[in-house]
Design a protein around this ligand. Structure first.
Ligand code: JHZ
Length: 415
């Protein structure tokens, strides 16, 4: 994990346990960075590309990509992801905060920290309830947006060292949130060690991460990109936390992001049935062994061929096609399948920070969602398929006028 000034490094050992039995089972070629959106088609900027290969660790079962791109490149100033553009995510976050306030009796004397707090989408619920919070996030734009709505935010990457500093300043948390960030961190162990340092003895870390089982079973291969270094199973997580004196005591299954886990991690060991049952389930299904992953490459290839054939068939019949959601996963999809401007006229996205820019690699222009009704393309490829229900509801008028959606995973279909 030595990265310092290098643009990227190829890992030779497991990023969690350090074991050397890592076997690559999927190669997606080289792809551009999924959240680095070119501002013009022909500005001549060379987009950096990096290898994207996925491996399984035979020692601790962790699924991981083998290339680590320097986080300063990945999460640069123009990082365009803002959590608050999905109503479903905002509801999901509010319910999570309310549940914890009640379960843990949080009040004005409590302290809640969120690692990768983005634009304050979650912590604002605690602020509204009068509970002191601190957000930590390295991306300037989202952090500034959080400050603006009253969520105190420290502009930094969370690490063992930062946790130490905060602890020296008498800061220890009753609750630490870390949503969709554990998989993003190059120093996996340093991050978890930091959580252990910052947590009060009776505190809880509530961590959300996409789950590897639905990723494999539903062919969600587009969720693989350089920001996502790890694809967690409960087996691998349990080992990771124990290494740092933390215990994964409870899990919940969430439908968000194509299937995620919410992990409840504490200093005290009282592992519940939700965890032991899931580890037994993973053993029974073989999720803790390489064989489970060996067909994935062929399944991904099949999907790529089918999607490409469908889009080209529609195009050849004279149909116009746009796409919905300039999602990071969309960048993987269009670049690995090879979907360019000859097929997709434009991509729409609600996020004002993405509008006017272009999809990585293929440089398809990104427009506001209103462009769908203005152009009324015959089909819309849903790149943000994880928010399909929300998008369908919001785009009722587009459908009423005869528009159709193409959903790419688990197998391409028209709805
Ligand atoms: P979305 C994100 O990945 C970011 P992405 C990150 N890489 C991560 O780890 C995963 O989540 C878990 C837009 N949209 O969130 C907003 C609309 O326009 O699925 C987004 O640009 N209208 C840190 O980027 C995109 O779609 C809508 O109604 O792959 C969705 O991106 C909705 C609901 C979304 O994931």
């Amino acid at each position: 994990m030595m990265i310092a000034g290098a643009a990227s490094v190829t890992e030779q050992v497991c990023r969690s346990c350090g074991g050397s039995h890592i076997d690559t089972f999927l190669k997606l070629g080289t792809t551009p960075l999924a959240d680095r959106l070119p501002s013009s088609i022909d500005e001549g900027e060379e987009e950096p590309v990096f290898p994207l290969s996925v491996a399984f660790c035979g020692d601790c079962s962790l699924v991981q990509i083998t290339e680590t791109v320097n986080p300063r490149i990945l999460f640069a100033d123009a990082y365009p992801y803002y959590s608050s553009f999905s109503q479903a995510l905002l509801r999901h976050s509010r319910d999570n905060a309310r549940d914890l306030i009640e379960r843990r009796n949080l009040d004005a004397s409590s302290f809640v920290v969120e690692l990768a707090s983005n634009d304050g989408y979650l912590l604002k619920n605690y602020v509204e309830a009068g509970i002191p919070v601190l957000g930590i996030d390295p991306a300037e734009g989202p952090a500034a947006a959080a400050e603006k709505i009253g969520v105190p935010t420290r502009l930094a990457f969370f690490s063992r060292e930062l946790a130490e500093k905060l602890r020296q300043q008498e800061m220890r948390a009753d609750v630490i949130h870390a949503n969709n960030v554990l998989a993003h961190v190059a120093d996996t162990n340093g991050f978890v060690a930091g959580i252990a340092r910052l947590l009060k003895d009776d505190g809880v870390a509530v961590i959300e991460a996409p789950y590897v089982e639905p990723m494999i079973d539903h062919c969600e291969f587009d969720t693989i990109y350089h920001e996502h270094l790890c694809y967690f199973s409960v087996t691998a997580l349990d080992k990771l936390f124990r290494r740092h004196g933390l215990y994964l005591n409870e899990i919940k299954h969430l439908s968000i992001h194509g299937g995620s886990l919410r992990l409840y991690v504490e200093m005290r060991e009282h592992v519940g049935a939700s965890v032991t049952d899931q580890i037994a389930h993973e053993r029974a299904r073989g999720i803790d062994a390489i064989d489970y992953y060996l067909d994935f490459s062929a399944t991904v290839d099949k999907l790529k061929v089918e999607l490409s054939a469908l889009l080209h068939r529609l195009k050849a019949s004279g149909a116009s096609i746009a796409a919905y959601g300039a999602a990071a996963k969309g960048a993987t999809l269009i670049n690995t399948v090879g979907i360019g401007r000859d097929v997709i006229d434009f991509v729409v996205d609600r996020n004002i920070h993405k509008q006017g820019k272009h999809m990585p690699g293929q440089k398809i222009p990104i427009r506001p969602t209103e462009a769908l009704l203005e152009a009324q393309p015959d089909y819309v490829l849903v790149l943000a398929w994880n928010f399909l229900d929300e998008i369908i509801e919001q785009q009722a008028e587009y459908r009423a006028r005869g528009g159709k959606f193409i959903v790419p995973v688990p197998t391409p279909r028209i709805v």
